[in-house]
Design a binder for this molecule. Sequence first.
Ligand SMILES: *[C@@H]1O[C@H](CO)[C@@H](O)[C@H](O)[C@H]1NC(C)=O
Ligand SMILES: *[C@@H]1O[C@H](CO)[C@@H](O)[C@H](O)[C@H]1NC(C)=O
Length: 285
Amino acid sequence: MEIVDVSVVVLILSVVSVKSVEGKDFTPYNFRSVYNFGDPNSDTGGGSTGFYPAGPPSGETFFGRPAERGCDGRLIIDFIAEHLDLPHLSPYLDSIGTSHRHGANFAIGGSTIRPQNESMSLNGVSPFSLDIQFIQYNQFKARTSFLYNQAKKNYHRKHLPRPQDLSQALHVIDIGQNDIAAGFRLKNESEFHASMPDIVDQLAKAVQNLYDQGARTFWIHNTGPIGCLPVNLHHHLQPDELDKQGCLKSLNDFAIEFNRQIKDRVIKLRTKLPNAALTYVCCKI
Ligand SMILES: *[C@@H]1O[C@H](CO)[C@@H](O)[C@H](O)[C@H]1NC(C)=O
Ligand SMILES: *[C@@H]1O[C@H](CO)[C@@H](O)[C@H](O)[C@H]1NC(C)=O
């Protein structure tokens, strides 16, 4: 499921150093925490904790051991954390050796924006869709604030986020690829096109919900070229089904349309949420 490539990472890092975005100015590097929502592209261990541990070659080229990522190295979210001088994000679901002082990762492999009527055993679809990830974020916020305020000793607060840091956190959303995969699997082209606005609405709703909870800085990724994933290319494909890059054209066309609609929506959200800084991050597809 891994789509991260070096050119994407270079692009992202150069965007991280941008001083302001349309909307409200923000200074980079002063984020004390990151909250991430998404799918396998930014899953730092939620799927391994909640479902099946990622085996080799996960982690092989960087961590030197399976590192609970669907990737042999680091993910974009790892590079973002490093760039902000923060530790790699601990998954919300992981109870072993984790610290949430600097945020939490709600991303889980197999997750979608819209809840699907499928399952992990049926199609590898995670039940932790974006709306559920938001509910987990709310629980996280309420429970950690309670524990932080109740703690008698600093030691007990060590792995908890400071409640005042939450609204100043960077909120990253990187999801949508599995909605495209599910649409491709279950619907014909016109049905899928018809469902796209609802997918985008639900992502926008998640941003609004986070905003209502005090989040102000958002980093929203577009989706990658899903039609280039080996999992989608191992069938016998006719030459006219492929694009210039040798990827499955019909699937990449859905990704392009999804990205177009997400970008339009982020621009609209900037007007709707004037106190928020919303960055839309695109990788070229
Ligand atoms: C799942 O099923 C419910 C009830 O039939 C329906 O309302 C919903 O739209 C379905 N979700 C998707 C993503 O197809
Ligand atoms: C797509 O599916 C819908 C619902 O089953 C059907 O009405 C429509 O004719 C189909 N369109 C094509 C192009 O097959």
